[in-house]
Design a protein. Structure first.
Length: 526
């Protein structure tokens, strides 16, 4: 198996994405996670740019990294300044990493219009910077910024900048599609030209941005023409439209093209790594993200679910467990009997065709009214139990009331009253809250906690509202989805009504009932 080396720039290039801001501890935790999976190189940041990046290089030396090399990233010396006197070069050396990545200009437009210097001086800046860092005992990678734009405009000069970096001692020359506007066939021809112009022993890398949604495709095109190092970010985060998504790059290289990447057995942690970075960056998951998204192996159409149940590869390009993901069968109005059978397998209704049809009809009717069960599987299970005559309510809802009034300070005050029956006794409780749902939740818990103490483990994790029929204006139905969790599980429930409080109440009660049913069955199974 041919080895392709992985260079992660999530902590530097990825942090330049809009809304992305890693703390020092975030960067150190991500570093450890990348090292555990066998990422070869981790670009920690630009030590001269801010105090946090400077501090990172001091703290990362304390980590016991088992595989990855950490790289300090920075620019060539300034025009007219010796490397020994250049503040950027000094900061790179002060970072005390064994590896330095130096970025220089390849596009003559940038040399003349942006740097305001000559083409000859730019080549000297590249050579001097790399050679000086090499003389200080550092390994140096050279990032050829805007290489493909420069190669289109002035191919001879673009190649000369690379040859200068090679002669100065850079061990890897990375070709950058910095503007993200190059097509795969242009990437391929550019890499091929570079390989022909350089020493066969010189390694070539690729660094693609995603402005044309081609970051991954361009990276693979470069590898096909001889690039042995790929750069990118986890989940493709980065400036503008982001970078090549290393998750997809890794999946394709390892599973489609049989390249050796990462440490042995690490691919099964790809989904975990993706979600870890999303959570650390406080970003929402991309459900449709290839390989690792929650929807990457989700099947909704009846024909699809029927086929997958028989032969999984009929509608799946890989086994989802290989990358740590899982198959999901979604229940919706598009479902067929086979979907219902799959989703109700724990109840063994296989031979009850009439019941399956009844459940399917109810799902279709409710989704026509605005419900959505693919994102609320706990509510679907309660629906199944009711349809099958297996539903035993653990408490009876008698009434609820929510009152919102303005205080003398001009602030809203919310109070909820709930009345329930359990057996022969009734409970009537009141709770204040930050809003109607919070107040209802508090009142319902007050009534139920003395009866079901395990409800103290229940937490509401997310609350989503969507208008179902927007043309009805303020009289439109709304769909509320509540995500809940306890110490063991995560589940979602749904409620629909023209009244947002009623929709919330329905989803809230389903969540509590599902928790109680689940706990009771787990206790009985012991």
């Amino acid at each position: 198996m041919t080895r392709v080396f992985i260079y992660d720039t999530t902590l530097r290039d990825g942090s330049q994405g809009e809304g992305v801001n890693f703390s020092l501890q975030d960067k150190l935790h991500i570093t450890k996670k990348l090292d555990e999976l066998g990422v070869d190189f981790i670009e920690g940041g630009y030590p001269l740019s801010n105090p946090k990046d400077f501090e990172y290089f001091r703290e990362v030396r304390k980590l016991n990294l088992k595989h990855a090399k950490v790289s300090a990233f920075g620019m060539t010396r300034r025009k007219g300044v010796l490397p020994a006197n250049d503040t950027c070069i000094k900061a790179l050396l002060d970072a005390e990493t064994s590896l330095i990545t130096i970025v220089g200009k390849t596009w003559d437009l940038h040399v003349i219009e942006i740097l305001g210097t000559t083409l000859e001086e730019n080549i000297a800046m590249i050579s001097d910077s790399i050679r000086y860092c090499k003389d200080q005992g550092r390994e140096v990678f050279y990032d050829a910024e805007h290489f493909f734009d420069g190669f289109k405009n002035n191919p001879d000069y673009a190649i000369k900048t690379l040859q200068a970096a090679e002669a100065a001692g850079a061990t890897v020359l990375i070709l950058c599609d910095t503007n993200g506007g190059t097509l795969p066939e242009e990437i391929a021809s550019g890499v091929a030209a570079v390989r022909a112009a350089l020493n066969p022993q010189t390694q070539v890398g690729i660094h693609c941005h995603n402005d044309c949604e081609l970051g991954v495709a361009n990276t693979l095109a470069a590898v096909a023409k001889g690039a042995t190092q790929v750069q990118g970010t986890i989940n493709g985060i980065g400036e503008r439209c982001g970078n090549a998504d290393l998750i997809s790059v890794l999946g394709n290289l390892a599973l489609k093209q049989n390249y050796k990447v990462l440490a042995e057995g690490s691919l099964k942690h790809l989904t975990e790594l993706s979600r870890y970075v999303y959570e650390t960056a406080n970003m929402n998951f991309r459900n449709g993200q290839p390989f690792v998204g929650a929807s990457a192996f989700a099947h909704k159409g009846g024909m699809h679910t029927h086929a997958v149940a028989k032969v999984s590869r009929s509608y799946e390009h890989i086994d989802p467990s290989i990358v740590g993901n899982q198959r999901r069968i979604l229940v919706s109005e598009l479902s067929g009997i086979s979907t219902i059978l799959s989703k109700t397998s724990k109840f063994d209704f296989t031979n009850d065709r009439a019941l399956m049809t009844k459940i399917l009809n109810q799902v279709q009717d409710l989704e026509n009214a605005g419900y959505e069960f693919e994102a609320a599987e706990a509510s679907f299970e309660i629906l199944v139990r009711k349809a099958a005559g297996m539903y035993e309510p653990l408490f009876e809802r008698l009434s609820y009331r929510v009152n919102i009034e303005m205080t003398k300070d001009g602030l809203p005050a919310t109070e909820a009253t709930v009345k329930i029956r359990h057996g022969a006794s009734e409970a009537h409780t009141v709770s204040e809250g930050d809003g109607p749902v919070n107040a209802l939740d508090g009142a319902l818990r007050k009534a139920l906690l003395p009866l079901f103490p395990n409800l103290s483990d229940l937490h509401l994790a997310d609350y989503k509202v969507r208008v179902v029929n927007a043309r009805a204006g303020t009289a439109a139905r709304v769909r509320v989805i509540i995500e809940s969790h306890d110490k063991r599980d995560v589940w979602s429930t749904v409620g629909v009504s023209e009244n947002i409080v009623e929709a919330s109440w329905l989803a809230l009660v389903d969540s509590i009932e599902y928790k109680l049913i689940k706990d009771r069955e787990q206790a009985e199974a012991k």
